[in-house]
Design a protein around this ligand. Structure first.
Ligand code: FES
Length: 111
């Protein structure tokens, strides 16, 4: 089973987990108590699942779709390697994937 690591927004806490290949980063976060919201449950309608992918892994992932890129534009703290956690799928080819949580996400009550 591939592994991945979640890093807290302040960089002080790391959580290493294993998951089934084919699970999204959002699904893996929820299964392991990592605080990524994911309000729309993966239908690309919220951006609350925003994560910042480690540079070493970003290029190994399939490119974001146009819809994902549009939704990312609404995320706070956008970085060059930002992705929607619901759209990033853990596979053996990105074993060891590292993602950092953003400082904050869009509060859906403010939208
Ligand atoms: Fe809403 Fe990913 S969970 S866009």
């Amino acid at each position: 089973m591939p592994r991945m690591t979640f890093v807290s927004a302040d960089g002080k806490t790391r959580k290493d987990v294993t998951a089934q290949a084919g699970q999204s980063v959002l699904e893996i976060a929820h299964a392991n108590g990592v605080d990524i919201e994911g309000v729309c449950e993966g239908s690309m309608a919220c951006s609350t699942c925003h994560v910042i992918v480690d540079k070493a892994f970003y290029a190994k992932l399939p490119k974001p779709s146009g819809d994902e890129a549009d939704m990312l534009d609404l995320a706070f703290g956008l970085r060059p390697t930002s992705r929607l956690g619901c759209q990033v799928v853990l596979t053996d080819s990105v074993d060891g994937l590292v993602v950092k949580l953003p400082d904050r996400t869009v509060n859906m009550m403010d939208v």
